[in-house]
Write a protein that binds this ligand. Structure first.
Ligand code: ADP
Length: 454
């Protein structure tokens, strides 16, 4: 097993990885930008190196700086966390060439899944249901027209290299197509350095359902249940839970088997998430795969008892899946996560600044993943996540009761947070009944357009 791991990330996920390494007896190296000098991940790692200025392009995304830090400190492996370099196949390749283990899947698989149009094609071939869509990229106006016509309106235009809900446009009728096509291309070029887009059938009021997978280096793959992530704003998740209140155990088992088979066929290893949309008839369609640990991984950990981050490290070190997960995977109770973001709860505009007062509740069945504390600064340079509040209960009702209590006792002062929005959602009868879809949050902000087509 590795003796030393470098964590190429910051915030709560860096602390999460440091904790997993400590439990495994592995020494840790933190890297940080100049503005993060006083951060907890810097304090809690065994060693820490500054890798550049605050702007992520100059620090957390700076491949030569990260690799040099690993070489200087003799780290044998790099955990990329989520975001930043976690889904960058070139980074995984550079690690490989430098003799450093990348804690994640092989670069070819990261590359395949990162090209969303290609991933659709590969998963369809591997037996998963995909939405009707263009056959690969749509390069010209004529191709856009022909694809939209063949799919049938409404359609959604998506950035092939997309992520974080950006670069998407919903097209309800032919007259809007070309304007939105060019807008999507432009946004894709600006956000992802590639104007490539593809088309897919737009599903009205879908639910977002995803499968957590783990694969080892010997070709074994296991699915660790599902998460429902339909409570979103601007196509970004706000509340996640496991299992889904809408999917019965038989469907879950059948789809888990199909997902595991599809990933075996692609030679998938390490942690990953296969995302689907569920239409109003309950049919599931693959939309994309994330080849890294997800923000919402704790809800799966709570119901399966599997430490996913430890599993990632052990798999990268050559452990077989059979030593980490006992099958069949048993799911225990229900877990819900609220993402506490530094943002205006009504407009979702980021609210960076100094936290003056901070209290995270420690209650039965409650877990808080955070790197925030009183007097820390949430910088404007990175994502707005302040803390993840996770509740586990015997059933969904108990998990909801617990998270409601914990939200009431969570204190963050000095910045605006999403806590008031979470309190409204958790108390809403439709949420309690599990009656929601990806457009649900809109009802709390009627003046805002938060669904596709923003
Ligand atoms: P990203 O990689 O940017 O997160 P995804 O493909 O995962 O993009 O989609 C994010 C969200 O956008 C979904 O959870 C859903 O709310 C919405 N969405 C994506 N594709 C469709 C579609 N075909 N129909 C309706 N909504 C969609």
């Amino acid at each position: 097993m590795f003796k030393k791991v470098l964590i190429a990330n910051r915030g709560e996920i860096a602390l999460r990885v440091i904790a997993a390494c400590k439990e495994l007896g592995i020494r840790t190296v933190a890297v940080y930008s100049e503005i993060d000098r006083g951060s907890l991940h810097v304090q809690m790692a065994d060693e820490a190196l500054c890798i550049g200025p605050a702007k992520s392009a100059d620090s957390y995304l700076n491949i030569p700086a990260v690799i040099s830090a690993a070489e200087i400190t003799d780290a044998e492996a790099i955990h990329p966390g989520y975001g930043f370099l976690s889904e960058n196949p070139s980074f995984a390749e550079v690690c490989q060439m430098s003799g450093i283990a990348f804690i994640g899947p092989r670069p070819e698989v990261i590359r395949l899944m990162g090209e969303k149009a290609e991933a659709r094609r590969a998963m369809k071939k591997a037996g998963l249901p995909v939405l009707p869509g263009s056959d690969g990229l749509v390069k010209t106006e004529e191709e856009a027209r022909a694809a939209a016509c063949a799919i049938g309106y409404p359609v959604i235009i998506k950035a092939a290299a997309g992520g974080g809900g950006r670069g998407m446009r919903t097209v309800r009728e032919p007259a809007e197509l070309l304007t939105l096509y060019h807008q999507a291309q432009h946004e894709a070029a600006v956000s992802f350095h590639s104007p490539d887009v593809y088309l897919e059938k737009y599903i009205d009021r879908p639910r977002h359902i995803e499968f957590q997978v783990l694969g080892d280096n010997e070709g074994n793959v296991v699915v660790l249940g599902v998460r429902e992530c339909s409570i979103q704003r601007r196509h970004q998740k706000l509340i996640e839970e496991s299992p889904s209140p809408r999917m019965d155990a038989a469907t879950r088992a059948e789809m888990s088997e199909r997902v595991a088979n599809a990933l075996r066929a692609t030679g998938y290893s390490n942690a990953g998430t296969v995302e689907f949309l569920m239409d109003q008839e309950g049919r599931l369609f693959f939309i994309e795969m994330n080849t890294r640990i997800q923000v919402e991984h704790p809800v799966t950990e709570m119901v399966t008892g599997v430490d996913l981050v430890k599993a990632q490290i052990l798999i990268a070190g050559g452990e077989p899946l059979s030593a980490l997960v006992s099958e069949p995977v048993e799911l225990r109770g229900h877990a819900i996560e609220c993402r506490i973001n530094a943002e205006n709860p009504q407009t979702f505009a980021p609210s960076a600044g100094r936290i003056t007062k901070f209290h995270a509740p420690g209650l039965v069945g409650i877990r808080v993943d955070t790197a925030a504390h009183a007097d820390c600064v949430i910088p404007p340079y990175y994502d707005s996540l302040v803390a993840k509040l996770i509740a586990h209960g015997r059933d969904r009702t108990e998990a909801i009761t617990r998270i409601e209590r914990a939200l009431d006792m969570f204190v963050v002062e000095g910045i605006l947070t999403s806590i008031p929005m979470h309190q409204r959602i958790i108390a809403d009868p439709d949420f309690l009944l599990g009656n929601f879809d990806t457009s649900y949050v809109q009802k709390f902000v009627p003046e805002q357009k938060v669904v596709a087509g923003k």
